[in-house]
Write a protein that binds this ligand. Sequence first.
Ligand code: AKG
Ligand code: FE2
Length: 346
Amino acid sequence: MTFRHIEVKRATPTIGATISGVDLNAIRSEDVYEEIRQALWQSGVIFFRDQQITPENYIKLGSKFGEMEQHEFFPHLPGHPQIQLISHEGTDNPETDRWHTDVTFRKRPNMVSILRITDLPPHGGDTMWASTVAAYDALGPELQTLLAGLQAEHDLPFHFRRINAVERLMARQKLAAEKKGGMMNSMMSANEMDAALADRECKLIQDNPSVIHPAVITHPYTGRNLLFVNSIWTKRLMGVHLDLSDALLAMLNEWVKKPEFMVRFQWQPNSIAMWDNCQTQHYAVFDYAPHYRAGERITCGSFEPKLIRRALGAKSDAHAGSSSGLKLDLSTELDLDQVVEYARRR
Ligand SMILES: O=C(O)CCC(=O)C(=O)O
Ligand SMILES: [Fe+2]
């Protein structure tokens, strides 16, 4: 594709491109947005530098990629519920330092995320992306055919239980309550605490039934196939013994980590990264402890993960056609719905 309104410079042969020649505060024509969209589908993730974008133009950019999520109950830019504030103190594990595609436990995961890091740590805090199209292409036809016949279960409670998320959040809440004078949970006995925890976990499981997606899906805009399992939300492959499922998932999660499929982005003030959540996985490098890192995030659009059979084996020359710190209001009773809603946005 030739671009007339923007300059697109590939970051690697496989994934990522830097876009220049455009001021995101002064886009006058829909053609420019159309070229940005095409660059994104082509490269999987695109980067902008030196964009002192206003909240209004940030939202406008997001709106060109589908309906934006609103974050009324979560930290957001005052007056702009579309712009979620993410932050991490750098003193505990952020949980985004693991390869993942966002919210694949939804029937329709979100399509595009846009991020700007507003508070950079003195060093580090890069973000990495991997192309799941490149990972699929490099499997070779036999493995591609095998995987194209499989479905995978994606499950939010599975991961939450694995990382003891509810317990950790309750512990944080208890600490916060203690600081405020020993009200609420700090008054609970160990037994009461266990019961409350069990209650909340049951509710979490009840309210979040798992979803099944094909292990290989077709990108809705490029028509290219890609690997659609990830190490956070994918619980198992259906129709095979659990041991085989574990082994296959471990193999695929390892495979996606090949440097050949990746790009690493070093944030600077006024950088913006925009990723296609369908055809990539990402990893927020956590090497900046104990420093603070924060940013503004927009998520927009959604897609139905499905495999279009005729696209099996299809390949094109296209370029790879390819939490955030958990920030809850700890001053109030931990609301599990809020936690789940939070995760839904990650
Ligand atoms: O903080 C980052 O660089 C990305 C974190 C992340 O996983 C996300 O925003 O979905
Ligand atoms: Fe993420």
